[in-house]
Design a protein around this ligand. Sequence first.
Ligand code: KIV
Ligand code: ZN
Length: 390
Amino acid sequence: MKKEKLYIFDTTLRDGEQTPGVNLTVDEKVQIAKQLERLGVDVIEAGFAISSPADFEAIKRIAKEVRNSTVCSLARAREEDIRTAWEALKEGNRVRIHTFIATSDIHLKYKLKISREEALERAVWAVKFAREIMGEKAEVEFSAEDAGRTDLKYLYEVIEAVIEAGADVVNIPDTVGYAVPDEWYEKILSIRENVKNVDRAIISVHCHNDLGLATANSLMAVMAGARQVECTINGLGERAGNAALEEVVMAVKVRSDHFPVYTDIDTKQIYKTSQLVSRLTGVLISKTKPIVGDNAFAHESGIHQHGVLACPETYEIMKPEDIGLKESKIVLGKHSGRHAFRKKLEEMGVELSEEQFEEAFRKFKELASRKKEIYDVDIELLIEGLEGAG
Ligand code: KIV
Ligand code: ZN
């Protein structure tokens, strides 16, 4: 099976910065953008140019300094938004305007107070206007905000019209994280089957994580033919966040037997990028966060430790080096067994007779029943207390 490319659109600096409590300086945004470029993301959504002078400045600098990823600005389907986005982007090497308007009845009625017809007209106008002021060199992406709750026939109409107007990418956001995987798969498939000339544009998805389904929904969309996924580092974003880049990318890599796509992400940069984003945003990473959490490559139980020490694949489906980590962690705790304890002593350069080893192991188990994690210094003290050792 010939694999197709899956484009990775990173919105850490736009949707990710909408995480409550996060506020990055221009310099910090530039630093993250450069790391995203090293990571190999195809598109960096650097911000929402009209939203603040700082966002404008950050997009302008990122467009100038990042040459290998496409740099993108968000813009509502309004003239001043699109003009401002272009003003920020125009010195870039590869640039994109991402224009959007809501299409669900609830957003049209309560937020925009316009009809479906008017929203459709504005969407088409915005795509044509962006195309016109940017010329052929730049790309136009259109998003139908709250597509997940938009009447399907109307959604087909909008998509068809914006493709006709010249959109290169059409993004289908599950803005409120309401979709479930099988339904989302059907929706993307039905768009591909019912929209005229759908292959002229790349179909993209942007899934929020309110029900913890953002990664699953994004991957189901890929199975249905989406070829761009919008995501963020560590799953940052509005409310419960967006699909996590590291999860989508590693799922595609680890299960390359299953997915009909590949990405150009240098996965060895994942851990470093995750740490940088966590440090600069101040949003801590849960220990059990898939791929990048402290425990993602840590083993505590004796049975698991024995297995991993004998052959890592017994309990690891990916290598720590694949995400840029040196090695897995064998955590010594109350569930650990002799194999892990012996390995730790070897690493510390401690040599014991069998009798001393058994005594040390007994003391270690006794300590571990009172203390959550055992550190090297605990073991040093324990060895010092052994008769004839230390
Ligand atoms: O969640 C959403 O719908 C968005 C759009 C602006 C793409 O962030
Ligand atoms: Zn979003």
